[in-house]
Design a protein around this ligand. Structure first.
Ligand SMILES: *Cc1c(COP(=O)(O)O)cnc(C)c1O
Length: 379
C-alpha cells in the first residue's frame, strides 16, 4: 500500500527529545523553544516568532491580538482548511469568502477590494500548497483601507514571495507543524510571526493565559497578574526539541520534497500536453516548498473514477477541501461575496498524489504508471 502521507522523520529527533526530557524545565519557552524561535527569526526576518500548540491556535491568537469583535468582518478564500475561518468565527466575526484564482487556487487578489465594507478588519490570505498569494497587491489594498493582513502560511514554511519568507510579509503570519505538513514538532504544533511592532507586547500576554508573566520574568513589572484575555498556547519542550532537529536539517527535507515534486511534474507533463490533466502553476517570483503535488481532472466524475482506480492499485490519494461557504458552519458564519466562478468547480477537480519526505522514485513510478494507465483506458 502506498500511503498518501508519512510524517517527516529524520532520525535525529530522538536525541533532541531525550535531551529535552532531562532538562529541569520541560514546559514552554525553555531552551529548545527559544532555539526554534531564534531559527525562525533569522530565517524569515520576522520580528518575533512564538511557538504555538498548532497553527489553529496561532490563528486564534491572531484574532485575539487584533481585538476582533462581534460583527467585524474578515475576508478569506472559501477554499481553505476549516481553522482559517473557525479562528475568527470564534470571536464573533462574520466570514466573507472571496473567490480563488484557478491557476494557484489562492484568493483572487483582484476580487478582494469589492468585498470590503466599513466593518472589514482583516484579510487572511492562505498560501495554498506553499505557493504565495499575490502579496504586493494584498498589502497595498490593506494599507489603503487600514486593514490587518494575517497570512495563513500553514503550508508555507521554506517558501518565498519575491525573496521574502511566507508569513513574514503580512502584519502577522502562522505556520503549522502538524504531521501532514513539511516539518513537524511531533504531530501537532505551530508558530506565530509578529511582523508589526504594535502587536509584540500583546502577543506575549495572550499566549501566556492573558498574564504579563514574561514582563515579570524580565523584571519590567514587579508582580504578574491577569491583564487581558488570552489562553495557553505554548507547546512543551519535547515538541520544540522534535521540531528543532528538523529545523537543523530543513534544507535536506526541502530539497528531497522538491526533487519528488519535479519528478512528478516531468513525468506527468505528457498527460498535460495531451490535454488530459492540468498540472500546478508556480507564478514568477514565487519559490515553493513542494508541500503538495496535485493534478486537476476534467470534473468531479472523472476525479471519483481516478481515485477509485488508484485505490484498487493500493495507491492512496486524497482530495480537499469542501469549500467552506457550502459547509454547515460556513453557511452560518459566513457569506460568499460576488460570484463563485472557480472555488467549487476547481476544488472538485483536484487530486493530491502521495507526497512526503523520503518518497522514493520507485514509488512515484508506480503512481505515475497508474495515473497514465487510467487515462489510456478512458480514451
Ligand atoms: C494545516 C492547516 C491549518 C491548521 O494547522 P494545525 O497546525 O493542524 O492547526 C490551517 N490552515 C491551513 C491552510 C492548513 O493547511
Amino acid at each position: 500500500m502506498i500511503p498518501f502521507n508519512k510524517p517527516p522523520y529524520l532520525g535525529t529527533e530522538e536525541q533532541y527529545v531525550l535531551e529535552a526530557m532531562h532538562q529541569s524545565k520541560i514546559s514552554g519557552d525553555g531552551n529548545f523553544s527559544l532555539k526554534c524561535q531564534k531559527w525562525f527569526e533569522d530565517k524569515t526576518k520576522t520580528k518575533i516568532a512564538l511557538l504555538t500548540t498548532s497553527c489553529t491556535h496561532a490563528l486564534e491568537m491572531s484574532a485575539l491580538l487584533i481585538g476582533l469583535k462581534e460583527g467585524d468582518e474578515v475576508i478569506m478564500p472559501s477554499y481553505t482548511f476549516v481553522s482559517t475561518a473557525n479562528a475568527f468565527a470564534l470571536r464573533g466575526a462574520k466570514i466573507v469568502f472571496v473567490d480563488i484564482r484557478p491557476d494557484t487556487m489562492n484568493i483572487d487578489e483582484n476580487k478582494i477590494e469589492q468585498a470590503i465594507t466599513s466593518r472589514t478588519k482583516a484579510i487572511i490570505p492562505v498560501h495554498y500548497a506553499g505557493v504565495a498569494c499575490e502579496m504586493d497587491t494584498i498589502m497595498d489594498i490593506a494599507n489603503r483601507h487600514n486593514l490587518v493582513v494575517i497570512e495563513d502560511a500553514a503550508q508555507g514554511m521554506m517558501s518565498t514571495y519575491k525573496g521574502r519568507a511566507l508569513g513574514s510579509i503580512g502584519h502577522i503570519g502562522t505556520y503549522s507543524f502538524h504531521e501532514t505538513k513539511n516539518y513537524t514538532s511531533g504531530g501537532e504544533g505551530g508558530v506565530i510571526f509578529i511582523n508589526d511592532d504594535k502587536y509584540l507586547d500583546h502577543a506575549e500576554i495572550i499566549r501566556e493565559k492573558g498574564t504579563n508573566r514574561n514582563q515579570f520574568f524580565r523584571g519590567q513589572v514587579d508582580k504578574y497578574t491577569w491583564v487581558e484575555l488570552g489562553s495557553s498556547y505554548l507547546p512543551s519542550e519535547l515538541q520544540a526539541a522534535y521540531l528543532y532537529a528538523q529545523l537543523l536539517d530543513a534544507d535536506t527535507i526541502n530539497k528531497d520534497r522538491l526533487s519528488s515534486w519535479n519528478y512528478y511534474y516531468q513525468q506527468l507533463k505528457p498527460l498535460q500536453d495531451q490535454a488530459k490533466i492540468t498540472l500546478p502553476i508556480i507564478p514568477k517570483g514565487c519559490i515553493h516548498n513542494a508541500h503538495m503535488f496535485y493534478i486537476k481532472t476534467k470534473d468531479i466524475q472523472e476525479r471519483t473514477a481516478l481515485l477509485r482506480y488508484l485505490k484498487e492499485q493500493d495507491i492512496l490519494c486524497v482530495f480537499h477541501y469542501v469549500p467552506l461557504h457550502s459547509s454547515t458552519a460556513g453557511l452560518k458564519f459566513g457569506t460568499f461575496h460576488a460570484e463563485d466562478s472557480f472555488t467549487t468547480k476547481e476544488s472538485e477537480a483536484i487530486i493530491r498524489l502521495p507526497m512526503y519526505y523520503s518518497l522514493t522514485q520507485e514509488t512515484q513510478n508506480k503512481v505515475i504508471k497508474y495515473v497514465s494507465k487510467f487515462y489510456q483506458q478512458i480514451t
